[in-house]
Design a protein around this ligand. Structure first.
Ligand code: NAP
Length: 470
């Protein structure tokens, strides 16, 4: 894949980059390793000041950074501005809370026959981050902010279609005061990942992206015995039960499906509706989806911009066509527009069956699958019936049902009467083929820490030896 900025609204290639050579990659890893030795000697308070400076710069540079993202991958300018602000918020969250998250945790010294025992969180070294284009700033920031605060250094291999945003990130952390090499953007294709992750100086990897990319990184990391966090795809269920407020559910469903032009891992993708309210919900939802304005992502009035690539749009249309050819019903959209830009209309498809691709695959565009179910247990069966388990949504005003959904939905998160989103305060990640490990919150920061047990005794013979010695 060429490393280039191509405007999805026009198809025009605006800027291309040469991939870095092996020598340049090795030099960057060396700088990251040297920077790690420097960074781990700094105080948490110092790193917090740098991260706060990064937040201030993000706020000050919001509009031009947002414009860059919109130009590179087509999200609406309004969404891009909100993404920059969210990144600044996450930087401040970690600057404020990391001291507590990284503080030593005392253990029960008497129970472990010690004078003193505690848990210490220490950085592990340079971490490779392989990132996707869909939230080009946020996906990186939710790794970078906690990793840098913990004292690790970052090597970013960003998606090949967002090189300018990738370079902006390196520049941002440098200008905020982090040492040279603390955060480095590697302009490389995915073929360079094996070389980078195999380097003994690189201690771990985090990947946000597709299942095939996750498998590939996990294989390399397995061979090299390195920790990984994988945030992969999802086909999140959005269940609507009879007690739900249907107007609100239909409104939120529309946003949940079409945010980021439908290209979000945690977008609701499968709308599973109880038969008692199916027709009413379907009508409200399809009307709202059809009313969304598709167009130039820089325009204030646009709800849905172009998809990020022509290949991505072709894939979405192929999934819709596959369903329609096998008898599915299109309630709105479904036609691929002609003309410049990789636009696709908000689309609702129902009468889906298991043999259709849309039943089980992730659809990465503004296309909703609508499923009719007759009971709570059938809703759970359909909701859990894919290989994914990232986010999930359930709409019900029955308190007992709310509790049951929280337990029964097989996903990394359950949002009741709301849409799945990420917060710096809450862990984020999936189960099943949606990946493993967590980002955000203290859990995300500690993924790339050495959770070190420290035991201090009196130096007496026999102390510290329990029934088992391992
Ligand atoms: P992708 O093809 O997997 O690309 C993501 C990143 O992985 C890019 O930097 C890409 O580099 C790299 N990559 C691709 N194949 C690789 C391989 N074999 N080895 C190493 N690196 C590889 O993903 P995408 O299709 O662009 O992005 C959409 C996917 O990401 C969807 O499935 C979506 O659900 C998922 N996603 C998940 C989350 C989450 O938090 N769980 C968030 C956002 C997106 P190149 O660009 O150079 O190919």
């Amino acid at each position: 894949m060429p490393i280039a900025t191509t405007n999805p609204a026009t198809g025009q290639v605006l800027k291309t980059y040469e991939a870095m050579s092996d020598e340049q990659i090795d030099a960057a890893i060396e700088r990251a390793d040297l920077a790690f030795r420097q960074l781990r000697e700094t105080t948490v308070a110092q790193r917090a000041r740098w991260l706060t400076a990064a937040a201030d710069r993000l706020d000050a540079e919001r509009d031009e950074t947002a414009r860059l993202m919109t130009t590179e991958m087509g999200k609406t300018y309004a969404a891009a501005k909100a993404e920059v602000t969210k990144c600044a918020t996450a930087c401040r969250f970690y600057a404020d809370n990391a001291p507590g998250m990284l503080a030593d945790e005392p253990a029960d010294a008497a129970a472990v026959k010690a004078k003193r025992a505690y848990v210490r969180y220490q950085p592990i070294g340079p971490v490779l981050a392989v990132m996707p284009w869909n939230f080009p700033l946020w996906q990186v920031m939710r790794f970078a902010a906690p990793a840098l605060m913990a004292g690790n250094t970052g090597l970013l291999k960003h998606a090949s279609n967002v090189p300018q945003t990738a370079l902006y990130l390196e520049d941002l952390f440098r200008r905020a005061g982090f040492p040279e090499g603390a955060f480095t953007t590697l302009l490389v294709g995915s073929d360079a990942v094996d070389r980078i992750l195999s380097d003994p100086r690189v201690r771990a990897a985090t990947l946000t992206g597709s299942e095939p990319a996750g498998r590939s990184i996990a294989q390399i990391a397995g061979r090299e015995i390195k920790k990984t966090v994988l945030e992969l795809g999802g086909s999140d269920p959005f269940v609507v039960m009879p007690s739900a407020d249907l107007d609100t559910a239909a409104e939120v469903a529309t946003t949940a499906r079409c945010q980021n032009n439908g290209q979000s891992c945690i977008a609701a993708k499968r709308f599973i509706v109880h038969t008692d309210v199916f027709d009413a919900f379907a009508e409200k939802f399809a009307a709202r989806m059809a009313a969304l304005r598709v167009g130039d992502p820089m325009d204030d009035g646009t709800d849905v911009g172009p998809l990020a690539s022509e290949r991505g749009r072709d894939e979405v249309h192929a999934q819709v066509t596959d369903a329609v050819d096998q008898g599915a019903t299109v309630l709105c959209g479904g036609e691929k527009p002609s003309g410049d830009g990789w636009y696709y209309p908000p689309t609702v498809v129902t009468d889906l069956r298991p043999e259709m691709r849309m039943w089980s695959e992730e659809v990465f565009g503004p296309v909703a699958g609508l499923f009719r179910v007759g009971s709570y247990s059938e809703a759970i069966e359909v909701a859990n019936g894919t290989s994914f388990g990232l986010g999930s949504n359930a709409w019900t005003n029955d308190p007992a049902e709310q509790e049951r959904f929280a337990v029964d939905l097989d996903a990394g998160n359950v949002f009741i009467n709301g849409m799945t989103t990420s917060y710096p305060e809450l862990p984020f990640g999936g189960v099943k083929n949606s990946g493993y490990g967590r980002e955000l919150s203290a859990a995300g920061m500690r993924e790339f820490c050495n959770t070190k047990t420290v035991w201090v005794g009196e130096g007496e013979a026999g102390a510290g030896a329990g029934a088992h010695s391992e």
